[in-house]
Every structure is written in C-alpha cells, then in structure tokens.
Design a protein around this ligand. Structure first.
Ligand SMILES: NC(=O)c1ccc[n+]([C@@H]2O[C@H](COP(=O)([O-])OP(=O)(O)OC[C@H]3O[C@@H](n4cnc5c(N)ncnc54)[C@H](OP(=O)(O)O)[C@@H]3O)[C@@H](O)[C@H]2O)c1
Length: 245
C-alpha cells in the first residue's frame, strides 16, 4: 500500500516481530550508477546512489520507490534476507538488497561498504528504520529501552558516520533522518523510549548539520504526523483512523 498522511497525531505501533539474521545476500559485482549525475531539478536523482533503511514496507519502501522513479540507484535495507529480495524484485531496476539488522554489530558499516562496492558512491542516506514501541513507562524494561536506543538513535548515528568519508570525498551528501512529531513534542501512543529516541534524532540531526555542512553534506529530519501505512492499519484504533476521513 502507498502511505498517505492521516489528519491526526503521530502514532507508532507495536514492536515488530523477532529480529532476522543480519547476514547479507548481496552480490559483490560493482554496478555503475544508472546514469550520469544531473541535478537539473531538485526532483532529478539521476546518477545518485541512496541507502534507505527499513525499506520492507511503509515509508521506507515508498521513499525507495520515489528515488528509483526519479533515477537514483537504491540500496534497500530490510532485516529479513528473503523479504529483502522480494522487495527488490517488486521495486525493480536500480534497487539492490542489503539485508541486515541495523542495530547488529558491524551492520551499518557493512551496509555502506556493500553500497560502495556495488555502486562506487553514496549520495543519499535515508535513516528510516525504527522500532515503534508502545510499552507504557512503568513497564519498559532496561533491555527494551536499550533496543529502542540502539535501533532508533545509535544506528542512524553509525550510518551517518559510515557514509561520511564517501560523501566528504565528493563534497556532496544528503542525509534524511525520519523522526516524528513525537520527537518535537510527545507521542500519542508511543512509549517514552519512542519519544526520547525520536527527540534524540532531532538533536543528532542539528549537531551533524552544523558540523557537516562545510563538506557539502546537508542533514535534515522529517517529522511525520500520523501516516496511513501498514503499521498504522495494524495498530491504530478504528476511531483514530476514522478521524482522517
Ligand atoms: N507511520 C506513521 O504514522 C509514522 C509517524 C511518524 C514517524 N514515523 C516514522 O517513519 C518511519 C517508518 O514508519 P512506518 O510507518 O513505515 O513503519 P514500519 O512499517 O514499522 O517501518 C519501519 C521499518 O523499520 C524496519 N526496522 C525496524 N527495526 C529494524 C532494524 N533493527 N534493522 C533494520 N530495519 C528495521 C522494519 O522492518 P521489519 O519489516 O523487519 O520489521 C520496517 O521496515 C519510522 O522511523 C517511524 O518512526 C511513522
């Protein structure tokens, strides 16, 4: 399904199912980016190479599809290797599967290394993957708190750090961190860990933007409100969904 914006407050859903192995299944053949770099219009991504994390569905998959439509080559990160191959088969030419749990040791660096092996460059990083935990404050365990921080905040930092040398070398980079209205205020349904990590991501975005602009790298965050994705359909109440109609 194509995500659409809902007219009500941001909501994260329940925790996704168990974590899949992080082994990659991409091939080691380098591909040239799809065509010569051209930025005639802001919507023209010809020749650009992007990484999108958590692209199995929802906003990540939609972002990957839009980038592909506009000429970019896209490294598709999905946790489960089989699902990653399915998504690439759906998205078609220019997409390339790099499965893995972004919170696992070495995976952020591996994701970037494989993108560079395949395409020789990386221009755009979309830090989309997140765990939308809804556990109420008094029930949040230390492990769940740490898991949220690892996936929602530490992994985006590690990915930004990993793409930096390649972006610096070309004096061009675009980092887009998917935060949330929860990061600007407080989540309606998400837990304290969700709100805290989405707020942290905004701080990370500001600090990185301040330091990396000098290299031609822009760092921005998007703060969606409630979007009609599979996740939302699975977790929002009928009443909440109704509010948009
Ligand atoms: N939908 C909304 O209303 C809304 C509002 C504000 C902000 N957002 C933000 O927008 C982003 C996308 O949301 P969505 O609605 O598209 O939700 P979603 O369908 O749950 O997408 C989240 C994606 O992140 C992936 N992911 C989670 N943990 C991962 C990990 N450790 N390694 C790799 N991938 C991982 C999930 O993969 P699996 O398929 O393997 O679980 C899934 O593909 C998130 O950052 C979310 O916080 C969404």
């Amino acid at each position: 399904m194509e995500p659409t914006v809902l007219g009500i407050q941001e909501h994260p859903g329940a925790a996704p199912p168990g974590i899949a192995p992080s082994a990659g299944s991409c091939h080691d053949v380098r591909w040239a980016p799809r065509s010569v770099v051209s930025m005639d219009t802001p919507q023209d991504f010809s020749g650009r190479v992007a990484i999108v994390t958590g692209a199995s569905r929802g906003l990540g998959k939609a972002a990957a599809a839009r980038l592909l439509e506009r000429g970019a080559s896209v490294a598709i990160n999905v946790r489960d290797p089989e699902r990653a191959d399915q998504v690439v088969a759906e998205l078609g030419a220019g997409s390339f599967a790099i499965p893995g749990d972004i919170a696992a040791d070495g995976v952020p660096e591996e994701l970037v290394r494989r993108t560079l092996d395949r395409f020789g460059r990386v221009d755009i990083l979309v830090n989309n993957a997140a765990l939308p935990f809804t556990t109420r404050f008094e029930r949040i365990t230390t492990d769940e708190w740490r898991r949220a921080v690892d996936v929602n905040l530490t992994a985006p930092f590690l990915l930004m750090r990993a793409v930096l040398p390649a972006m610096k070398a070309r004096r061009f980079g675009r980092v887009v961190n998917i935060s949330s209205t929860a990061g600007r205020m407080v989540s309606t349904l998400g837990g304290a860990h969700y709100t805290a990590t989405k707020t942290g991501l905004l701080g990370l975005t500001r600090a990185a933007a301040k330091e990396l602009g000098v290299y031609g790298i822009t760092v921005n965050a998007v703060c969606p409100g409630m979007i009609d994705t599979e996740l939302t359909r699975e977790t929002a109440s009928a009443e909440q969904l109704e509010l948009r109609l």
